[in-house]
Design a protein around this ligand. Structure first.
Ligand SMILES: [Zn+2]
Ligand SMILES: [Zn+2]
Length: 328
């Protein structure tokens, strides 16, 4: 059915309005509060903020925890680490425009870490991103991003060339296939990639973000990794993945499959050992089942401050490390 011209104009006006509200620059931009949004306030300028957008690992879809994704805010810069299922919905919940997130760092290409990337890529542009989406990740990232562009070429062509005539810059991709070392540096903000050990899945990177003397380390999916311990030295916050075998058993997974999964992740006991070696001000689990059992098992081997996986948990790294939850 063809839209009437009036309806089409109204739709365009609404779209144009939304676009006008979306950022031309990323600094401090917030969307109007959407239904279901939380009362999110920007962090102080000298604070390194980390928001766990989604904390679930693995391919299973669930409502209580969304797929793995972490937002890092440093001054006016926003960085997204992994983009699992629901990441763009969590951004909307915070009132952070998708269009304002144009730097994406991928730990690896397992589907639970990348399944929402096409939404960020295409809808982020269609809702106002004016810069290309810049993506850092392991070998294979370039092919994957180009494949996403091909998959959505119908939508892209229509919006760019035929219908809304949205400028095309924002639907371009700048990709960086990373090796160990500094992969991004701007002002006082630096991102360092380092290899971790996900068994047969390789390469997989962890990332360290440093900003004005504050730092956070994200482990990616890994079994205990000496290289991670080395790169995490002196960090304020260490976010580590962990495997909980209880739900796998409850789902009836065969023991051989459970063994394989456990072999390329970290158990709570192993993560406790890593935390004890790194001694962060705050240890955090993500890519983890939100069960009290993993915390109890971890505490047997680690006496430091520990936070379980919790979507939308917000960690402010300033002169102190504080944890907060934004409410409705
Ligand atoms: Zn994973
Ligand atoms: Zn993985």
């Amino acid at each position: 059915m063809r839209r009437s011209r009036t309806t089409k104009l109204l739709v365009f006006a609404l779209f144009a309005g939304l676009t006008a509200l979306a950022p031309a620059s990323r600094a401090g931009t917030q969307s109007p509060r959407a239904p279901g949004a939380v009362r999110y306030e920007k962090a102080p300028a000298d604070t390194l903020r980390v928001v766990l957008l989604g904390t679930a690992g693995g391919p299973q879809a669930r409502f209580d925890q969304f797929g793995i994704s972490t937002l890092v805010e440093a001054g006016d810069d926003r960085l997204l680490f992994d983009c699992g299922r629901g990441a763009t919905l969590r951004l909307a919940q915070l009132g952070v425009p998708m269009a304002s997130v144009d730097r994406l760092f991928l730990t690896h290409l397992h589907s639970d870490h990348i399944v929402q990337v096409p939404d960020l890529l295409v809808a982020g542009w269609a809702s106002g991103r004016v810069r290309p989406l810049e993506a850092w990740g392991p070998a294979g990232t370039r092919d994957m991003m180009q494949a996403f562009l091909r998959a959505f070429q119908f939508d892209i062509r229509l919006r760019r060339d035929v219908d809304e005539k949205i400028p095309g810059d924002g639907i371009n991709v700048i990709d960086h296939e990373v090796t160990e070392g500094t992969v991004f540096e701007r002002g006082g903000l630096r991102v360092t990639a380092f290899l971790v050990d996900h068994g047969p899945v390789a390469p997989v990177f962890g990332y360290r973000v440093d900003f004005n003397g504050r730092s956070v380390v994200l482990s990616g999916d890994t079994r205990p990794s000496d290289n991670l311990v080395r790169h995490a030295a002196g960090t304020d916050v260490l976010i580590h993945s962990v495997i909980d075998v209880a739900p796998l058993r409850a789902m009836g997974a065969p023991e051989a499959a459970i063994k394989a999964i456990v072999d390329h992740h970290s158990t709570p006991e192993q993560a406790a050992d890593v935390f004890s070696r790194v001694k962060p001000k705050l240890a955090v689990y993500s890519h983890a089942n939100a069960s009290p059992a993993i915390l109890e098992q971890t505490k047997k081997g680690y006496g430091g401050r520990l936070q379980g996986p919790e979507d939308l948990l917000t960690i402010d790294i300033g002169s102190e490390v504080t944890v907060r939850r934004f409410g409705p």
